[in-house]
Design a protein around this ligand. Sequence first.
Ligand code: GRG
Length: 300
Amino acid sequence: MSLSPRFFERLKSWQDLVNGALEHMVPRLSGPAARLTEAMHYSLMAGGKRLRPILVLAGAEAVGGSFQRLLPLACAIECIHTYSLIHDDLPAMDDDDLRRGKPTCHKAFDEATAILAGDALLTHAFRLLAHEDLEAAFPADRLFRVLRLISEAAGLYGMVAGQMADLLAEGRPVSPEELYFIHHHKTAALIRASVLAGAVLCGADPEEERALSDYGWKIGHAFQIVDDILDLEGDEETLGKPVGSDLEKKKATYPALYGLEGARKEARALLQGALESLELFGPEADFLRDIAYYVLERKL
Ligand code: GRG
């Protein structure tokens, strides 16, 4: 299936919405913190796809929620994502010079500033989760659940644990179980939490939550497999970074373990599974359905 121009129009309008909200919700300070907020904005505004905040809004839409009041939550998750990219690029981790076609944060600024920009983005995310607008709009018990969901997905039960496992696996062969652990924690956990968080705040019932959780895990795993495929055969100009870096760093990837065709086949199966998870929803989940195709077909 090919995605319609209407999907891309909607994607663009939601990306614009998130970009505007991020400008507004992440302050630009003067004085000694000016350099810090400059570095934060440099990475935040470097052309990301905004997949996770858009999933927050689309998850809410699927359960009939109005997403206008969810922007602090959507921005919080993008801040966490951006912090992870800044730290991932550091010399102590992946040591990358380019991201999204631009010098990475530590190259554009310096290592200490990049570490602090990441720290401040992560901390600011939790300030946004405690945002007055969320407090005014949603019951406290739902906000607490979202807080648990996101801190688990981002921290030692999720992304940070996945990053540790990824670094420990570098340079040696990994088992299918290890690769699954890395993908599940490093990438899929935050994607799944994004889909669920907006829906939980908007009052999803347990059945809807289960369906969205399943959808989130599946597109999260598919996203990482496609990421691995793009690193092998993507277009450098579109990606804004050299391809082949996973091979060079002897990274644990899906194609390395199962071959390119095996990786493509698994990504398609995950897409199918994600669509099946949404069966209980009607047209209100159509954007989520399109996003699943987008995750599979993306070139960036
Ligand atoms: C440093 C704690 C810590 C974690 C880093 C996210 C991550 C864990 C590492 C990034 C390396 C990487 C390629 C991960 C795979 C999937 C991924 C998160 C890709 C980048 O996400 P996109 O494509 O980025 O959504 P944009 O640029 O669109 O925001």
